[in-house]
Write a protein that binds this ligand. Sequence first.
Ligand code: C6P
Length: 417
Amino acid sequence: MSLTNKLFHYDDLQAQFWRTDFPLLKSRVHDKPLIYLDNAATTQKPLAVIEAERNYYLYTNANVHRGIHSLSLQATEAYEHARTTAQHLLNAASSSEIIFVRGTTEAINLVAQSYGRSRLHSGDEIILSQMEHHSNIVPWQMLCQQTGATLRIIPVNDDGELRMEVFAGLLNEHTRLVAVTHVSNSLGTINPVAEIVAQAHRHGVPVLLDGAQAVAHLPVDVQALDCDFYAFSGHKLYGPTGIGVLYGKAALLEAMPPYQGGGDMIRSVSFAETTFNSLPYRFEAGTPNIAGAIGLGVAIDYLNNFDWEELLAHEQSLLTYAMQAMSDIPGLRIIGNAREKICILSFVLEGMHPHDVGTILDGEGVAIRTGHHCNMPLMERFGVPATARASFALYNSRHDVDVLVSAIQHAQEVFKQ
Ligand code: C6P
């Protein structure tokens, strides 16, 4: 890489410009400029999102779907507008297919307990993959304990890709659901989800996709994918924590029993009987995270200002640059070399525990995540207890990669002494 290339790379200049939208990225850690590379855990928030939440509480705060007073109507309108914005992000056919939840974890638990518990029986099978986050394992294990169903697992190859030939053989007349991640949070692998859905549907099996790591990095079209459920969290998409979306096909959601009981999800209640509200309210019991939903809508609007092609090109060029720079470091092993991946780099350094790497990097102002990343079965697959993980977002640049590389080299020096 020539010096000119490093200094005047177009994507880099763009990213430097984009990062000015994110106030926290101006901060210093241990008196060093913050290099934030923990975006798979949560992204930073643009000022527009922070202000949207603040303005809601300053000017519009009221409960939704309940009052006929002006503030309540305004809050309801803003909340429902956010739902339509999320519908368009996923290209769902109707806003009634968009259910606001706390995040990906709650979305998957909702499907497991509502769809799964009402339909699965002993002898039934659920297919997951070896790269699932615990949020897409534990709810299904709990369901298996409740129903007597069992889990079947799609293995991962040495590069961190799903072994699709094994998946084909796992589908059979006992399969009731496939639940896989769109993008792996540890490996960055982009899974062939359209192919997975097509294969599962040939067996009449519905598919849930965990989109937690996908939505901020790839355009998602649930109608084109034809998936049955799609889950994501707002906070990984430049939005607030505590808000997320479950998309479900209307026909499936209509046939599912409610997940939780309470206010707003009912049509009428007597001590003899309760009748339930229509979609999507039937699955939103109690006062929702109104400010969070509004903030999420603004985060999606923020992302919509970007040209997806430009964004993809930037993040892919950053990935190529980072993969090259990291593989030049002696003693560093990258875990996750899939042909299709987003800019997430998990690595281990010879003779160093990832937690020590993380601590030394923090001293240099570089924020990465270390640990099992809620992927314990995947760590076992690769024979490591933990990895260090650098994960990138639209505001990261080659400069951030350069600082990361120097910080890793510094950590190696410290450990040599
Ligand atoms: N992964 C990470 O550092 P929640 O916590 O509900 O917003 O998201 C859960 C979740 C589900 N699926 C995938 C693929 C994920 O990556 C996550 C969250 C974070 O990798 C926190 S453990």
